[in-house]
Design a protein around this ligand. Structure first.
Ligand code: SF4
Length: 347
C-alpha cells in the first residue's frame, strides 16, 4: 500500500515552525517558507532561491509542495475554468474558477471526493462518497488556480460549493479556512469565504460559535419537506422544521445575514405557488436568496426552466419582500455543474 505523502499545505504555522526547528533552522524561516507557498505560489522548493541549498534539499526529502496535479482543464466561453485534479492515490476531484465582471475571480472548492448526500440532480451525488479531502487538498485547489492566473487576475472569493458536504468534513474544512485566511497563509478575508451546506444542522451550530466571520449558504431548493426529501435527501435527517430554526439561531448568534441557494428545475420547484411557499418559509429572516437556473447534468431529467419562468419566480419573491439575486449559471458550454467533468473522465 502506498503511504500518503506529507504536504506543506497540511501544516499550520506552529507545525511549520516545528519542522524548521527539527532542521536546526530559526523559527522565522517557517513564515518565509509559507510565504513562498501561499504568497509567491512557488511550485517547488527549488524556486525558494533565498533558502540555502542544504535546507532546500532537506525540504525536498521530507515534504511535498502540491497535493494536487492537473489532469484535465476545460475553459468555457464565459471565462469559467474547470479543472479535474489528481490526488496522491489516484483519485480525482473537481474545482472551478468563476470570473466576475470586475476582473476578479471566485474559486469553488471541493471538500470531499464524491458526496454521500446523493442529490439526484447532481453528478457528484450519483458518484457516491469516497473520502474526505485533507487540509492540503482543499488549500491546493485555490493555489492551483492562483498559479494558473499568475498576475492576470486576483482571487477575491472562495466558496465551498464544489464536490461534497463541507460540514461532513468539518475539521479539515475549518483548518483549510484558517490557512486561506491567515496572514501567514493565503491572506483572504474571512468575509470572502463562504461555506455552502445541504443543511447539516450540527455544522451550522458549530459554525455559529467560530470566531471567523465566514459566510454561510444553505442549499434549499424546496420549501416543503416532501419535495426537499427528494431533491436534497439530507432533509430526511435534518428536515425543514428543524433546519430553518437552526438557521434563525445562527443569524441571531452571529448577527450575520445568511444566504439560501435555490436552484430552479423545470416543472419541479419553479411554480409561483412554490415561490410563495419559499417566501413564507423565510419571512422575517435576515437572509438573501440566490436563485439559479439548473445546469443540464449528464443523463439527468432535471432541466433548467424557461427564462420567463425564472424571471416570474424572482419577481414573485421580490413582490413578497424577499431579498433575491438571480445568479447566472457558469460554464454551460462545458457542463459546469458539480461532478460532471469527473463523471466524464472517470477515476
Ligand atoms: S449537490 Fe452538493 S450536497 Fe448534493 S450530492 Fe451534490 S455535492 Fe453533495
Amino acid at each position: 500500500m502506498i503511504e500518503r505523502p506529507v504536504f506543506i499545505t497540511d501544516f499550520s504555522l506552529d507545525k511549520t515552525e516545528e519542522l524548521m526547528s527539527s532542521f536546526g533552522e530559526p523559527a522565522y524561516r517557517a513564515k518565509a517558507l509559507l510565504a513562498w507557498v501561499y504568497q509567491k505560489r512557488a511550485a517547488n522548493f527549488n524556486d525558494m532561491t533565498d533558502f540555502p541549498r542544504a535546507l532546500r534539499d532537506k525540504l525536498i526529502q521530507t515534504i511535498k509542495v502540491a497535493s494536487v496535479e492537473e489532469i484535465e482543464v476545460q475553459k468555457a466561453k464565459d471565462g469559467t475554468v474547470k479543472a479535474l485534479l489528481g490526488l496522491w492515490e489516484g483519485r480525482t476531484v473537481e474545482t472551478a474558477l468563476l470570473p466576475s465582471s470586475t476582473g476578479q475571480y471566485t474559486v469553488c472548492v471541493s471538500s470531499q471526493v464524491g458526496c454521500a448526500t446523493g442529490c439526484p440532480f447532481c453528478a457528484t451525488g450519483q458518484q457516491g462518497f469516497e473520502r474526505n479531502l485533507a487540509v492540503s487538498e482543499i488549500c491546493d485547489q485555490v493555489l492551483y488556480f492562483a498559479r494558473l492566473l499568475g498576475d492576470k487576475g486576483t482571487i477575491s472569493n472562495i466558496v465551498f460549493m464544489g464536490m461534497g458536504e463541507p460540514f461532513a468534513n468539518y475539521l479539515d474544512v475549518m483548518s483549510a479556512v484558517e490557512h486561506l485566511n491567515a496572514p501567514w497563509g493565503f491572506g483572504l478575508g474571512a468575509r470572502n469565504i463562504t461555506i455552502s451546506t445541504a443543511g447539516h444542522i450540527p455544522g451550522i451550530e458549530k459554525l455559529s460559535k467560530e470566531k471567523l466571520q465566514l459566510g454561510l449558504a444553505v442549499s434549499l431548493h424546496a420549501a416543503n419537506n416532501d419535495l426537499r426529501n427528494k431533491l436534497v435527501p439530507l432533509n430526511r435527517k435534518y428536515p425543514l422544521d428543524k433546519l430553518i430554526p437552526a438557521c434563525a439561531a445562527y443569524i441571531e448568534a452571529t448577527g450575520r445575514r445568511m444566504t439560501f441557494e435555490y436552484c430552479l428545475f423545470e416543472g419541479i420547484n419553479d411554480s409561483l405557488v412554490q415561490a410563495r411557499e419559499l417566501a413564507h418559509l423565510l419571512r422575517g429572516m435576515n437572509c438573501h436568496v440566490n436563485l439559479i437556473a439548473a445546469n443540464e447534468t449528464l443523463g439527468c431529467d432535471y432541466k433548467p426552466p424557461k427564462p420567463e419562468a425564472v424571471l416570474a419566480f424572482e419577481e414573485e419573491l421580490k413582490r413578497l419582500r424577499i431579498t433575491v439575486t438571480l445568479r447566472r449559471s457558469f460554464g454551460r458550454d462545458i457542463k459546469g455543474g458539480c461532478g460532471q467533468l469527473k463523471s466524464r473522465i472517470g477515476s
